[in-house]
Design a protein around this ligand. Sequence first.
Ligand code: NCD
Length: 645
Amino acid sequence: MAGRLSKTDVVSIDDLAIDEIERVFELAEGFAGALERGEHLSVADGLIMATLFYEPSTRTRLSFESAMHRLGGAVISSADMKSSSAAKGESLADTARIVSGYADLVVIRHPHDGAARVAAEYSLCPVLNAGDGSREHPTQTLCDLFILRRKKGKLKGLTVALCGDLKFGRTVHSLIYALARFGANIVAVPTSGMDVPEYVLERLAAERNYSFATVTMDELKSLAGGLDALYLTPSGPHQMALFTRDVPLEKIPAAEPPSTLDAFYVTRLQKERLANTDTASQAYVRFDARALRTHRTHEAVVMHPLPRTDELAYELDTDPRAVYFEQAAVGVPVRMALIAWLVEQTKASRERASSVTEKIRFKAEPSPRCANSNCITRFEGAHLRPRFRLARTMDRAALPLRCEYCERELRVEFVGHARSHRYYRYDENLYGYVRSWIDEGSLAVFETVKQAEENGYEPYRRGPQREVMDSAEVATAITSLAKQIVDDLPDLTNVSIVGVVSRGAMLALRLRDAIHAIAALTLPCGAIDVYSGSDIVQPLDGTTEFGVEDRNIVIVDDVINSGWTVQRAMTALWRLGRPSGVKLAVLIDRGHRALPIRPNYVGKRIPTSRTERVQVRLATNGKHKQQDRVMIYSVVEPMKEDQPG
Ligand code: NCD
């Protein structure tokens, strides 16, 4: 049956473009007025909305249902999903498919992460996500943005402090994505252990020009129980811009702490989502009028998606800056607007192309399981095959995949090539291969060697090696790098060197000595370990303290392959402060880049092919002194390897 509404799902707030959100707001203003005037509307005449709520709800469900009635449409609903076939073990996919045959629009709330995506995939009619696990709640965000703009007249440039449980609060996650797109600043004030999850930050970093830095603000400290706030600003240049421009940026504007706050967005602790391992914080945010007394905060409005528990003082309710009841009230006109917008879309017969993401088809049986125990794929196992795409994070020892449903990361240690039936312990150098296997649909992933072998895979073989640089050439290259740096950077007193652990750090020290030999100046030197998960720069030999702020930093690494390592080092540096400039020095540039990063100083260019890897060995002062050497070894191409000869 062709639907009466075009298949436009709103699973994430990112499913709506900025101009579409603006249109929804325009419609919502109109409906707010029409409701006040008691007008009779027929926008949704003849349409049926089904509400499927697998979790408790007051505001979202009733405002959706009210909105549909107000528009002249009808609502069907299962009073409690416990009394529906879900209780008999029906899959969400089946329920969504069946119900979409009875209605023109499905609104779903579900406790599992990614459930709305599953419903949208199986439903014949559009699905609106009314909250799926701890992931997203896009229609709440529409209400939040609508009220914020109504109170502040704009969204761009506003500074919003998000307080409380930023880990499981789905309203917070959708709001973060939206505020970032509208160009607002975000100050995260999480309760201890309840920080914005990595997958949310990754999505922000990947899709928007957002940069992260940590600042200490006394006012926020007092609100957040002494925690430093993570400050996200849209104005700072993206880390990568440094390397993609022809003229490297010399001066990066510092992330100033906001001078004023325009809104506080307070949330309750999502108790129902806490795992045993979560440190449910005793000292949860308790927000009261005192927070609004300073000159920085007295103009701020106080928002809350509700329901509140103990985090929001009742005494605030009469304060005109407390807007949470109005925020709940606009749920009706805003959701009316969203439904009316769907009708508009249908009339304009605007079918949407499904979003193009890089999906990975797995050849291996069993296909990998999502690592998130609350992911919908863990509950719909019988029919729903987990789907992943490559994550943007990088890891030397594991292939990071991102679940298409819940967005959590899965780290895969063993990868296989399905046609040659060879398996490999993953390392960074295989990244290029893995991408081509994804393209040809022949990637297999395994949790263990045993699993690979049980599936009939055999270990891979390494091809021949040859030396491409001896110790004299390595020494010449280091001297050349030092010369390039001295010639290029006018004020060496402001320069610090950071080596990427481990060989980059060894090179950083050698480079420091080589610069000393030319310029008689010892530069501060540090090491950064991009795989450790911490953003510390370890001061190296002779350097007492390593500072980033306002310094001209030279990042040093041995080989630049894909560029992921450097990007990771940049991100870590940015978390520590604002350098005045960043340059990249590499011993070897291979010239095969996944990212548009260009080193400023290069020791030697060694264009290797996809089937070869460069390995740098550096002399250590240990007992078994080894010589500096750069080797190339080939990786036997999986498909060629089985050929005779
Ligand atoms: C929120 C939710 O369900 O995520 N409630 C709502 O829709 N207004 C917030 C919450 O439950 O804390």
